[in-house]
Design a protein around this ligand. Structure first.
Ligand code: ATP
Ligand code: MG
Length: 560
């Protein structure tokens, strides 16, 4: 899986949508009903965003509806915190389930009755084997399994044991309920799969009412059938489960018979999309939490400043296919830039300041200049920015001994200060160690606004902030969390990027950036897109870099 997927040309059309359209045209269904079925055992990640956009998107486009259904069948791993976060994340992405919020646990009683139905029909039995014994008799891909010694128990004994399992008479793991299908099936999922296991645990919704919990396979299709789902869309790992999905529906008195369709899950370079690993990153303290801006969770992506429209654009761009592939992280950055370039207002901020003293500037109090908020959108208006005799520029906009193609500041060179004047560097002041700590420059008063009346040109325009008026800020730059395009999920700690977070503690920003505490991302001119982080304190703003203006990371990686 090393091929990086190109962006699909035919975004917006895919085999799932073709199937749905055909089913509506043929009259097989009057209305499409889909569902997004998260297990509340972690926060949603960008892979889930693909599934959400597909399920809710298809419903929206074809005039149907999409349910949000919590697949809450494993109380040992599920928490209310995750339930709340999932709802918030789906809404943030821009989707709404209306009244159609469901839980697999809503159906526990019905699922139990249907299990008894299977027992009465001789199609399910209570197995007393241990987990190890069951594993040993399951067989392999090349060898058939062996029947359990408990497989031929009578109906009455099975019913009695199953009810006593429910009543909590047995400890965890003592018994399970299995479907009686075929231990020699070529499809291992059909070798008498487990329907119920004993679990003495507190469930976020049903509390301690239940001592047995249904398996994913047993709960999922029946929940779909109860809700009248027409197209049950899931990822490719479940392709081999489809015969089992159908077996349950064929053998139970269900009110409808949904169909399962599988699509390829999202895999992203330099990223791990597995709740197990994301949970371990949080628990292991490798990140600050589920919403750490380096996390591929929707909460992390949101905190980094990514607008939901960028995620929807990304999902559309990568399309929906039947074969697994790997998507370049750069595609996501591209979508983020596409959206933010249009929506984000421009501001000036200096990330690594170098002081510039303008020796011939006469007004110690400085002056106000006009700056545009968006170059392509006059309606975004303008703002006033303060200029003065001392300003900060970026350290890397100056070179003492510049190579040929370096057009920014160097001794004797003239550049344009954005929205202000032309300045010429006269001298670089150094500290005892020989580091440049200040520049001495002169400005040309005739160039106010950035143009010389004599028509002379400069090759570079640089950004700046007034030393006196700018606000000190912390800026957090984020790089991919992993150093490898395909991190080793079983040993992910080895592949963690030690430079995924870079803190710039001495940045200086325009005062307008901290007025109003707007969470909207802005463009720091020539740097990228940034947004205020919720860790900000009064007088100590913190900005997250949402994405740079160009894909510098790929270049660094390529060179290394
Ligand atoms: P994880 O592997 O991260 O634990 P999961 O599949 O166990 O994910 P669920 O909560 O069961 O997580 O997933 C809810 C829905 O999201 C499922 O339909 C699942 O197929 C889909 N989904 C999960 N991961 C991806 C992904 N990477 N790409 C597309 N869809 C995904
Ligand atoms: Mg799952």
């Amino acid at each position: 899986m090393t091929a990086v997927e190109p962006v699909t040309a035919d975004a917006g059309r895919d085999f799932i949508r073709d199937i749905v359209q055909a089913d509506l045209e043929s009259g097989r269904h009057k209305q499409v009903v889909t569902r997004f079925p998260p297990e509340p055992n972690g926060y949603l990640h960008i892979g889930h965003a693909k599934s959400i956009c597909l399920n809710f998107g298809v419903a929206e486009e074809f005039g149907g509806r999409c349910h949000l259904r919590f697949d809450d069948t494993n109380p040992t791993k599920e928490e209310q915190e995750y339930i709340d976060a999932i709802e918030a994340d789906v809404r943030w992405l821009g989707f709404d389930w209306g009244q159609h919020l469901y839980h697999a646990s809503d159906y526990f009683e019905r699922l139990f009755e249907w299990a008894e139905h299977l027992i009465r029909a001789g199609k399910a039995y209570v197995d007393d084997q241990s987990q190890d014994e069951m594993r040993a008799s399951r067989g392999t891909l090349t060898e058939p399994g062996r029947n359990s010694p408990f497989r031929d128990r009578g109906v009455e004994e099975n019913l009695d044991l199953f009810r006593r399992m429910r009543a909590g008479e047995f400890p965890n793991g003592a018994r399970v309920l299995r479907a009686k299908i075929d231990m020699t099936s070529g499809n291992i999922n059909l070798r008498d799969p487990v329907l119920y296991r004993i679990l003495h645990a507190t469930h976020p919704r049903t509390g301690t009412e239940w001592k047995i919990y249904p398996s994913y396979d047993y709960a999922h299709g029946q929940s779909d059938a109860i809700e009248g789902i027409t197209h049950s869309i899931c990822t490719l790992e479940f392709e081999d489960h489809r015969p089992l999905y159908d077996w349950f529906l064929d053998n139970l008195p269900v009110p409808s018979h949904p169909h399962q369709y599988e699509f390829a899950r999202l895999n992203l370079t330099y990223t791990v999309l597995s709740k197990r690993v994301l949970n371990a990153l949080v628990k292991g303290g490798h990140v600050s939490g589920w919403d750490d801006p380096r996390m591929p969770t929707l909460a992390g992506i949101r905190r980094r400043g990514v607008p939901p429209a960028a995620l929807r654009d990304f999902v559309k761009r990568i399309g929906v296919a039947k074969a697994n592939s790997l998507v370049d992280l750069g595609v996501l950055d591209f979508s983020i830039r596409e959206v933010l370039n249009k929506s984000a207002q421009r501001r000036m901020a200096v990330l690594r300041p170098l002081k510039v003293v303008i020796e011939n500037y006469p007004e110690s109090q400085g002056e106000e200049l006009e700056a545009v908020n968006h170059p392509d959108d006059p309606a975004a208006g303008t703002r006033r920015i303060r200029f003065g005799p001392e300003i900060f520029i970026e350290q890397d906009d100056f070179m003492e001994n510049p190579p040929k193609k370096f057009f920014r500041l160097s001794p004797g060179a003239e550049v344009r200060l954005r929205y202000a004047y032309f300045i010429t560097c006269r001298e670089a002041v150094k500290d005892a160690a020989g580091n440049v700590v200040e520049l001495r420059c002169t400005y040309d008063p005739a160039t106010k606004g950035g143009n010389a009346p004599d028509g002379r040109k400069v090759k570079a325009t640089i950004h700046w902030v007034s030393a006196k008026d700018s606000v000190p800020a912390e800026v957090r730059l984020y790089n991919p969390l992993f150093t490898k395009p395909e991190p080793d999920v079983s040993n992910f700690v080895n592949d963690l990027n030690p430079n995924s977070l870079e803190v710039l503690a001495e940045a200086r920003v325009e005062p307008s950036l901290v007025q109003g505490n707007s969470p909207e991302p802005v463009q720091f001119e020539r740097q990228g897109y940034f947004c205020l982080d919720p860790d900000s304190q009064p007088g100590r703003p913190i900005f997250n870099r949402t994405v740079g203006l160009r894909d510098t990371w790929a270049k660094i990686q390529g060179a290394g």
